[in-house]
Write a protein that binds this ligand. Structure first.
Ligand code: RIB
Length: 327
């Protein structure tokens, strides 16, 4: 069986993680419990999630010529991510993320993009063949908006469906949103992009309608411990989250995105791919860190089985059809 081929344009960060019992207030100093350096970055996390779900993944990105860059690339190679399109920027620092994780598993993140931000439109053009030949393109926004926009344009022109997870959010043009087949946003991002404050299912529906009106194909609005609201023109569905004991929510959204991409590329419906992605994301929440917490495909299937799900429906693999809406 051919593996799905997914190209991801995105960030590669070293996460500097402090675990604390609670978040400090502004101006306050508190003692944390532990400190860890853990491979992260939304692009790299999504690549690792997709590879661990069984896809062939090419990551297009940039790291610096420092020790963090060495370590992060070694980890990606070990996972089997194709990093032949990740270049090293001379005299640049690799991207880093400062992450605070509190006693309930909630996090706050500040990133310094470093080399991630140097990925340019010209770099994307040079790697256009990797986008044109993929079955899906996945992008986030920890690399420059201009480079991401170019990648999405290339995908759209060559009929490659686009999954876009615009995080961290910034203003996005109508032209860009019209090229997005699957928009994955959390409540905060959906609120910022739609102008509707998302706080429950009703407001999630309003926000999704706004985003569909702006030309997005399908909206997947992830609502943390509540679930995911999925909307396309004329249809919507809410899938409740899988209840777990939360240790750390870091990379749950990335795991959802990577696993969703693989499910879709394997030929699952949007809803079925989202169900599997929900289980994968729930497992991520039960472990500490970003890439340290992303599960393998068989672990997701075992977990689903342990929760009484018949995985036959989700394990089927048929050849990917270019138009997922045709199902
Ligand atoms: O989504 C989680 C990721 O966000 C972390 O790994 C961190 O690097 C930031 O990019």
């Amino acid at each position: 069986m051919n593996k799905p081929r997914i190209t991801i344009v995105g960030s590669i960060n070293m996460d500097l993680v402090f675990s604390t019992s609670r978040m400090p207030a502004v101006g306050e100093t508190i003692s944390g419990q532990e400190f860890h350096q853990i491979p992260g970055g939304k692009g790299a996390n999504q690549a690792v999630a997709a590879v661990r779900q069984g896809a062939d993944v090419t990551l297009i990105g940039r790291v610096g010529d420092d020790h963090f860059g060495d370590h992060l690339l070694a980890c990606l190679i070990q996972d089997g991510v194709d990093i032949s399109h990740v270049a090293r920027q001379v005299n640049m620092a690799t991207g880093v993320a400062g992450i605070l994780v509190d006693g309930e598993g909630h996090n706050s993140i500040v990133i310094t993009p470093g080399a991630n931000q140097t990925l340019s439109v010209a770099d994307i053009d040079a790697d256009a063949a990797m986008i044109e030949s993929a079955e899906l393109l996945v992008c986030q926004l920890e690399t420059s908006l201009s480079a991401v926009t170019r990648a999405i344009e290339i995908a759209q022109q060559s009929g490659v469906p686009v999954i876009f997870n615009p995080s961290p959010m910034q203003p996005l043009s109508a032209e860009l949103l019209r090229m997005v087949d699957f928009l994955i946003v959390n409540e905060t991002e959906a609120s910022q992009l739609s102008g509707v404050k998302v706080q429950d299912r009703e407001s999630a529906e309003f926000a999704s309608v706004r985003l569909l009106e702006r030309g997005v194909g399908v909206v997947l609005l992830t609502m943390g411990a509540h679930g995911v609201f999925i909307a396309e023109q004329g249809a919507s569905k809410f899938i409740p989250a899988v209840a777990v004991e939360a240790v750390d929510t870091t990379a749950a959204g990335d795991t959802f995105t990577g696993a969703f991409a693989v499910g879709l590329a394997r030929g699952l419906s949007v809803v079925d791919a989202s169900v599997v992605a929900q289980y994968a994301a729930a497992l991520t929440v039960t472990k500490f860190g970003a890439q340290t917490s992303i599960p393998l495909r068989h672990e997701v299937h075992q977990f689903m089985t342990s929760r009484g799900v018949n995985i036959k429906q989700y394990a089927k693999a048929r050849h990917y059809e270019k138009n997922p809406f045709a199902q």
